[in-house]
Design a protein around this ligand. Structure first.
Ligand SMILES: Nc1ncnc2c1ncn2[C@@H]1O[C@H](COP(=O)(O)OP(=O)(O)O)[C@@H](O)[C@H]1O
Ligand SMILES: [Mg+2]
Length: 306
């Protein structure tokens, strides 16, 4: 079966700014595929080209077997999209917007159901101008789903949502996929990507740095486990460096940090307990997608604003 999205050698410049230098990836049917990367890495430009909203300078694009450049109108009926920085007329009410979109693209779930699911029932008669940032964000996602699209593109869907609303949004995105849609999710939240995405591509400066499942990216780019515990500074811990797969030990006052691979926590715990040391705070930090991302991009502040 053909991939739902095929991107090969995508390139897009704005004047002399190279927004996308060379991006290739495929999204299979039923996946939640993540595009992750620092601000300005070309994520939004990539998904805009995919939807035929911008014309690529080079590369091959196929979305649901259509060419976004020449078949954008056909594509529009099959793709639901929540764009970064969207807007609606100020005076349009939430219920009116959903009803309008449902009339234009019939066939989806009843719009009143989307109103409920996305926590907007109380805002049904609120004008767009009077919605909070989080409410606008939820409205745009609800509007993207109104046509029951086969592909859903969500660009920074949870930016501006509070933690509780983000969790609700995650469950709904999973539900959208479970109903049979394919999802392309642009995000700069590592926890969101790790939790939601089946596979993802990490972008930097318009190119793909790495692709794979979160577990693959972590294994390939951040294999180190870190174990920390408290022990008096004068206690001898030199035997820890002889343990299998231990790469580095650091002592700072009563804080000890052991870095390495393998079942590090079990090995360190065993060695300590054998010598009568039982630190109550012994704990392992298992590498996350954020660690892998940081080692890939060198970006100390991934939670930027776009
Ligand atoms: N309409 C535009 N005109 C000129 N430059 C743009 C435009 N849109 C984006 N850019 C530039 O292209 C680069 C990639 O932007 P964008 O695709 O929005 O990245 P991201 O979504 O990853 O933050 C950035 O340097 C940005 O400033
Ligand atoms: Mg963007």
């Amino acid at each position: 079966m053909a991939a739902v999205v095929e991107v090969s050698g995508l390139r897009k410049q704005y004047g002399r700014t190279v927004a996308v230098a060379d991006v290739s990836f495929e999204v299979e049917a039923g996946e939640i595929f993540g595009l992750l990367g620092p601000n300005g890495s070309g994520k939004t430009t990539t998904v805009e080209c995919l939807q035929g909203l911008r014309r690529a300078d080079a590369g091959r694009l196929r979305v649901l077997r259509l060419d976004p450049a020449s078949e954008a109108m056909k594509l529009r009926r099959l793709v639901g999209s929540q764009l970064q920085d969207s807007a609606l007329p100020d005076r349009l009410r939430v219920g009116e917007a959903l009803e309008l979109f449902a009339t234009i693209s019939p066939g989806g779930p009843p719009w009143r159901q989307l109103l409920q699911e996305w926590g907007l029932a109380d805002q049904r008669d609120t004008a767009f101008a009077n919605l909070s940032g989080g409410q606008r964000q939820r409205l745009f996602v609800a509007l993207a789903l109104v046509s029951n699209p086969r592909l859903v593109v969500l660009d920074e869907m949870t930016t501006g949502l509070d933690p509780a609303a983000r969790r609700v949004a995650w469950d709904l995105v999973s539900a959208v996929r479970d109903r049979g849609a394919t999802v392309v999710l642009v995000t700069h939240f590592m926890d969101e990507a790790q939790r939601l995405c089946d596979r993802l591509a990490v972008l930097s400066r318009g190119s793909v740095l790495a692709k794979g499942t979160a577990a693959e990216l972590i294994a390939a780019h951040q294999s180190e486990t870190v174990v920390r515990f408290t022990a008096p500074p004068d206690v001898d811990l030199s035997y820890l460096s002889a343990l299998a797969d231990v790469r580095h030990i650091e002592r700072d006052g009563d804080q000890t940090t052991v870095r390495g691979g393998g079942p590090l926590l079990a090995r360190v715990a065993h060695a300590l307990v054998e010598r009568g040391i039982e630190p109550a705070d012994l704990a392992a930090h298992t590498p996350t997608l954020e660690d892998a991302y940081l080692s890939l991009t060198g970006d100390p502040n991934p939670d930027g604003t776009s």
